[in-house]
Write a protein that binds this ligand. Sequence first.
Ligand code: RIB
Length: 275
Amino acid sequence: TLKGFHAILIGVIVPSFRLPFFANLIESMEKHEEYGVRLVFFAATDNKIESAIRSLLARGVAGLIIGRSIPESMKIYQLLAKQHIPYLVLDQNSDQQARDRIIVDEFQGGGLVANHFVELGHTKIAVVSPQKMTHNMLQRRQGFVDALDKQNINPVIINTADLSKHSGYAVTKKVIANKVSAVFVLNDVMSLGLMRGLVDSGVNIPRDISLAGYDDDDYAQFVTPALTTVSQPVSNIGASAIKLLMNRINFPNLPTQIQKFNLTLVRRESTSSYK
Ligand code: RIB
């Protein structure tokens, strides 16, 4: 009987359920849901974040995993401290200092793509990024730009609206007009949009333009050409998120816990040598 059984509730906040990265993250957390623990997920846009957190607190969560950046001005952290709610930050929220957090070396990740392009002989290069950059994305792009800078290459920075396929598609003309031979798109979802845009414009990938993404979403190996991308350790992130937060709930006085992960480049068909 379920009577009398009280699971520990953990609230998880992500920016979106539609982005495969976050969908996979959620799935990996569910896999590691321990006995007696229940996860409640929230996808919160900017104007919903405060009420999302307040309603999770009202439901009596024992802790929070926050993967979406929260403006300091919202005073959420003060609220959590006041109510003694343990929490852990990751991904878009990983810039929080002195807090339990999971850090993926985004700077290294961006550098992997840059070095790959350089090894292939590309010098005219673009990077596509969303207008609103979270801390992790800034690191990602900076790692890319800095590694190219070491080779005296200055990439063209092309901005687009958000992390969607449409936003990737929308920059097709700009990418072509800049006459680049290689383009790094800050996530696979946008890459997919740009891939379609280039194909529609008669551009051959990778013969005319090499294209690399980031995340290694599950479809990346199935599209044509298969997408070169940076693989995120999504399932390790999900597993450690649960582990670190449970540590904190069970042992509130533990010193700050920081778990770091590195990234790897997955070379596929969408990138090739400069011709
Ligand atoms: O595709 C979603 C992106 O936003 C990922 O790269 C992830 O790191 C997140 O911040």
